[in-house]
Ligand binder design. Structure first.
Ligand code: FE2
Length: 168
């Protein structure tokens, strides 16, 4: 029988997803209440910090650890990994624009252009990330767990640790 590895390498990532999904609910709430800056400001700032920092640790774990090992048994181009990478790129762009809007909005919530940047890019992020997470949890991570051997899993977990240090 195959020895049981200590931990599945996709488990920390699917745990992250649960947290991200909660953040997206907060994001939706904020976007719907941009005309009430006093109410939403603390949550909006938290979202700004999260999307500027913490979420990129998750993306780095996928791009630099999990996908690297997965690429040994499936092609990147034209396959689900390629699609995920393209979506990460789109999310990066939308986040850059959201952060620009946020920077102005915290100083001047009456700035209509800033509110529009937050609204448009926030909606974009929410609409991209929910199905993105769904595809990863239900397709990509399942494929990973089917094919990754124990050595690969250990490699991935080791790179996760290095990434966490990199972001400290
Ligand atoms: Fe993910």
């Amino acid at each position: 029988m195959r020895p049981q590895v200590v931990q599945r390498s996709t488990k920390p990532l699917s745990d992250d997803h649960q947290m991200v999904l909660k953040k997206l609910d907060d994001f939706e709430e904020v976007i719907n209440n941009l005309d009430k800056p006093d109410t939403i400001m603390p949550t909006l700032k938290e979202l700004g910090t999260f999307f500027k920092g913490e979420i990129w640790i998750h993306f780095a774990k996928e791009e630099d650890a999990l996908f690297v090992e997965m690429a040994k048994f499936m092609p990147i181009e034209g396959g689900p990994i390629g699609v995920m990478l393209l979506e990460h790129e789109e999310l990066r762009k939308a986040n850059d624009e959201f952060q620009k809007g946020l920077e102005v909005y915290v100083r001047n919530p009456d700035d209509a252009k800033a509110a529009a940047l937050i609204r448009q890019n926030g909606m974009n992020i929410i609409q991209m990330l929910r199905p993105h997470i769904d595809k990863e949890d239900n397709i990509l991570y399942m494929m990973a767990e089917m094919h990754l051997d124990d050595t690969q899993t250990k490699n991935i977990l080791k790179v996760y640790e290095e990434i966490e240090k990199r972001f400290q």
